[in-house]
Design a protein around this ligand. Structure first.
Ligand code: ADP
Ligand code: MG
Length: 431
């Protein structure tokens, strides 16, 4: 059975069909009935699993189930990046035009006067980045008190980027009875705690455990000397028929340097990071989406929520510091019903971060050793790091003492053998 089962308006189902969307995904099956009851929810499901429609369809249904006598803000959807806000706005657009609803997109860097005009005309659905939304609310360009449905997409990032203050303010201004929905593939315990403290009652809707990497992505690790990363990258792209490549780097500076190098080598390259102007970011992403670029180099800002059709390859030039960022990077491929490949270039100095990846993915990681690029010792050994299971098997058959107490009943000290735990602790200390 398709979307008809949710009792959605026929026109909405027709629009879905015209988008080739006929069978609800698991998160849509779970969430739509819950949100139709006007419940509040903290929602997590893997990247590319259709969370946008899962939260938007029931809200849309609630809006159109009453006659639209005049246009005023009813739904307010927050996204932490401009790119994601634009993308959600586009999804809203598929429905709003046909259903006679007005929408507004409010985002930093865009023309604020134009946004004010949209709000003055009256908008039923507002999609916004937090800071710009706050500016408009302060100017009384729209009345936040009229909001009936409030969504925070990629909520862990929104809470982390220093937007907590804004979000607290929005939550305190929005009516108590308004529906509130918190969404991400990586809902952290901190977000759950924050959400529960502001929103009561709130239900937890979770498909798969949070913080899991999408199953539809294959993971290839290429051990490589740091000095040979660029060369390997160029070799890979020129020797494979990847189509468009999304290339993630940890820092803006690396993105800028790589842009020059790859351009010199003849590739059509765009760059997306936080220091680029709004228009440059928009232009680069659109050119990449429409196939005008071979490679889009991006920092983790672009890892959140972006849905790029026909993207089968994500390359990580380095491993991000934060596990969640890796999950979102590789989640740009293998979306909906497609398969994707995530390639990660790892130099020996990233061994600690690689341990984290093994912890996340275990034997799903395949190390690929290329003679011309891998470090000597890696070539000799045949791997940079083995999956934890394999390593344990190779060591000893004696069961490991996992008790926190030693033989004398005293608290055991953390030793090197505790592996990842020790690494996590170190990371926490430094962060
Ligand atoms: P998420 O937010 O979970 O990462 P999105 O909402 O961006 O995922 O959806 C990912 C892709 O899947 C989009 O291109 C969307 O159009 C598509 N999609 C969503 N729901 C369905 C469905 N029921 N059937 C087929 N494709 C879908
Ligand atoms: Mg999403």
């Amino acid at each position: 059975m398709g979307f008809e089962r949710f009792g959605l308006d026929n026109k909405v189902v027709e629009i879905l069909h015209s988008m080739d969307i006929t069978t609800p995904t698991p998160i849509q099956q779970s969430l739509i009935p819950v949100l139709k009851q006007n419940a509040n929810a903290i929602v997590s499901a893997k990247t590319g699993s259709g969370k946008t429609l899962a939260f938007f369809l029931p809200i849309l249904e609630a809006i159109i189930s009453k006659p639209i006598t005049h246009h005023y803000p009813k739904a307010f959807i927050l996204a932490p990046t401009k790119e994601l806000a634009s993308q959600i706005y586009e999804v809203v657009g598929y429905f709003s035009k046909e259903l006679g609803l007005h929408r507004a997109l409010l985002q930093g860097g865009a023309n604020i006067e134009y946004e004010k005009k949209l709000l003055k005309r009256g908008s039923d659905i507002i999609v916004a980045t937090p800071q710009r939304a706050k500016e408009h609310i302060k100017n009384r360009d729209f009345d936040i008190k009229s909001i009936k449905h409030f969504v925070i997409d990629e909520a862990d990032m929104a809470f982390d980027m220093g937007f907590v203050g804004y979000i607290e303010e929005f939550l305190s201004q929005i009516s108590k009875n308004a529906q509130k929905v918190i969404v991400s593939a990586t809902i952290t315990p901190r977000v759950v705690k924050l959400a529960k403290s502001y929103i009561k009652p709130i239900r937890r809707i979770e498909i798969d455990a949070s913080n899991k990497v999408s199953d539809s992505v294959t993971h290839h690790i290429y051990p490589v000397l740091k000095s040979k990363k660029n060369e390997l990258l160029s070799w890979m792209i020129s020797n494979n028929n990847y189509g468009k490549v999304l290339l993630f780097v940890r820092k803006k500076e690396i993105a800028n340097t790589l842009e020059e190098v790859l351009k010199e080598w003849g590739y059509k390259v765009g760059v997306l990071h936080g220091q680029k102007q709004h228009n440059e970011r928009k232009k680069a992403l659109n050119a990449f989406k429409s196939g005008k670029l071979d490679i889009l180099i991006a920092t983790d800002i672009a890892a959140r929520g972006l849905d790029i059709a026909g993207l089968n390859i994500v390359i990580s030039y380095d491993i991000p510091h934060i596990k969640q960022d890796f999950i979102h990077r590789v989640g740009r491929t293998g979306r909906a019903n497609t398969q994707g490949v995530a390639i990660t270039l790892v130099s020996p100095d990233e061994i600690e971060q690689l341990k984290d990846l093994y912890k996340l993915l275990g034997e799903r990681i395949q190390e690929i050793i290329l003679n011309d690029f891998a470090p000597k010792d890696v070539k000799a050994r045949g791997y940079l790091l083995q999956a934890p299971q394999k390593r344990r098997k190779a060591k000893s058959t004696k069961p490991k003492n996992t008790s926190p107490l030693n033989k004398k009943g005293k608290k055991r000290k953390t030793t090197k053998r505790d592996g990842f735990k020790m690494y996590d602790m170190k990371k926490k200390k430094n962060s």
